[in-house]
Design a protein around this ligand. Structure first.
Ligand code: GTR
Length: 341
């Protein structure tokens, strides 16, 4: 992290974002209108950041410039876990994160993160657009977060510095970086590898230095973090399709008028189809560029060998009737889609 960004991060964390942005906060009565300050671990051109930028434009249009969003991209404010904590106590207004760092906070977020739950992009999108998605968004309020919307994150697959992974045995003893979530740790262990949780920003260096042998992510993140330079074997396990989520701090939400709350929700929902389009383009582009760059991609020999090892992981993490109902509802959506096709 550069000195300047370190400084700006410290300033933000010490003074709260309103202070860091040099903005005054509205007095009592009206809706607070200073820009919503938002964090993202991805660079400025990544689809998640572009979607939140679009949401900001819509907010400006819908409120004659009263509401706006200021984005701190590229992980300037810290890891997803750290910025989430700041968001829960109101130091940040908006945060776009993956579901993984929420896994330790809210058990319902574990469900869409379960390995091999979704059978297709359509299955994932319909589930999150429907009742299961609403249940998860609402489950966050008790943690001082308002869930605004989900964004795509595609399929996560393994990449490593050593060899193609065709069977779970190929992963034996490999050190694989995971996000900060016990579910991911269990998943890697069940596959016979060693899990090393660390923030995204440390992965490239750790691959280069041999601290880890591999990691797992979607095509766009594998490309944008330049992980492919050190870990050129990308093996298409497509084991997780956990989405991204945009959350707002409850404390800022409480300072908005009812009308402004509705506007924020509407602008967030409008950003979802925009993001999906950008996402599909980005996945296709990243894939093409990576193949051109010479990475070695492979399908695994028998996906069911990976899937069956995940059964105990499901059992370990589905522990309440509410979670089980969410799994059932999502599986029903999948079954309906299959019958219709
Ligand atoms: C990306 C995701 C990020 C972060 C990252 C990671 O796909 O967009 O929010 O979760 O993966 O692996 O840390």
């Amino acid at each position: 992290m550069s000195f300047a960004s370190h400084l700006s991060r410290r300033r933000v964390l010490k003074t709260g974002l309103a202070g860091a942005a040099g903005l005054s906060v509205a007095g009592c009565g009206g809706s607070e209108t200073r820009p919503l300050l938002s964090s993202d671990t991805h660079p400025s051109d990544y689809p998640t950041v572009q979607a939140v930028r679009f949401m900001g434009e819509r907010l400006r249009e819908m409120t004659d410039g009263r509401l706006d969003i200021r984005i701190y991209a590229g992980g300037q404010l810290g890891s997803e876990r750290d910025t989430l904590e700041i968001t829960t106590f109101g130091g940040l207004d908006l945060n776009r994160v993956n579901l993984a760092p929420l896994n330790a906070i809210e058990p319902m977020t574990l469900i869409p993160s379960l390995p091999f739950l979704f059978s297709s992009t359509e299955h994932m999108r319909q589930s999150l657009d429907g009742a299961p998605g609403d249940v998860i968004l609402k489950s966050l309020e008790k943690h001082n977060l308002i869930g605004l919307c989900f964004y795509d994150s595609g399929e996560r697959s393994f990449y490593n510095t050593r060899q193609p992974i065709r069977t779970p045995e190929d992963m034996n003893g490999m050190k694989i970086r995971v996000q900060n979530s016990d579910l991911y740790v269990s998943m890697i262990r069940a596959l016979g590898a060693d899990a090393t949780p660390m923030p995204l920003g440390e992965v490239y260096q750790s691959l280069v230095q041999g601290v880890i042998d591999g990691a797992e992510n979607n095509w766009p993140s594998y490309e944008s973090g330049r992980h492919f330079e050190a870990a050129p074997y990308y093996s298409l396990t497509r084991h997780v399709m956990a989405p991204e989520i945009l959350v707002m701090s409850l404390s800022r939400w409480n300072k908005l008028s009812d009308e402004d709350r509705q506007t924020v929700v509407a602008a967030a929902k409008e950003s979802v189809p925009v993001m999906r389009e950008l996402w599909d383009q980005r996945v296709a582009g990243a894939r093409e560029r990576l193949l051109e760059a010479g990475i070695e991609v492979n399908e695994v020999d028998d996906l069911s060998a990976f899937q069956s090892l995940m059964e105990p992981v499901w059992d370990q993490f589905i522990v309440t009737p509410e979670q089980q109902k969410l799994v059932d509802d999502i599986q029903q959506i999948g079954a309906r889609l299959e019958t219709a096709s």
